[in-house]
Design a binder for this molecule. Structure first.
Ligand code: SF4
Length: 179
């Protein structure tokens, strides 16, 4: 079903979204370099169904993402007491994940099919079932944007997203791909 964008925008205006941008999914830049960073700099690599290598090769991720021709980027801001403290900073992500879920529901209510990507690795379960068993909540789980090989710096440049908002402010972001 085609998206009623005006209705969605009206509904999103009620949510704590700081910035949103609609764009064609084919504008996303996919790169193997992102995977290199996942593999060498992220502690979640190989530990979650939401991250590589579990999500599959970049070429497959790209093809899957492009099967949803439209994209919506949303950002939200959280204030933390100490941005250098990774644990407390990551804890504020819960609100952004809930916000992402709410936006996904708005698409679902219009009968629009989505593939949702969010920030960081999935943290729904205390211990991820990967690799011993299947994901426990495949309908609720959002793979991380970078897991698909998507170059987030390119998105930030295109849409002037300031990830260094200053002080103790954290910018969270999600991508809702839809068809
Ligand atoms: S829902 Fe649970 S099993 Fe699935 S990716 Fe998230 S943490 Fe892992």
């Amino acid at each position: 079903m085609a998206l009623d964008r005006a209705l969605l925008e009206q509904q999103m205006a009620q949510l704590p979204i700081v910035q949103y941008e609609f764009f064609p999914t084919c504008d996303l830049v996919f790169s193997e370099r992102v995977r290199h960073i996942c593999a060498h700099e992220c502690t979640q690599y190989g530990k979650s169904w939401a991250c590589p290598p579990a999500v599959g090769p970049v070429a497959e991720c790209r093809a899957h993402c492009l099967s949803y021709p439209n994209a919506l980027l949303i950002t939200s801001l959280s204030e933390v007491t100490d941005i250098e403290n990774l644990e407390t900073t990551l804890a504020t992500r819960v609100d952004h994940e809930e916000l992402t879920r709410q936006v996904k529901s708005l698409f679902q209510a219009q009968g629009v099919d989505t593939f949702v990507l969010s920030t960081e690795s999935c943290a729904i379960c205390e211990h991820c079932a990967y690799p011993g068993g299947p994901c426990r909540f495949p309908e609720k789980m959002f793979p991380c944007v970078e897991s698909q090989g998507i170059l987030v710096t390119d998105l930030a440049e295109k849409f002037h997203i300031d990830f260094q908002a200053g002080g103790n402010l954290v910018t969270w972001f999600s991508l809702i791909l839809y068809r």
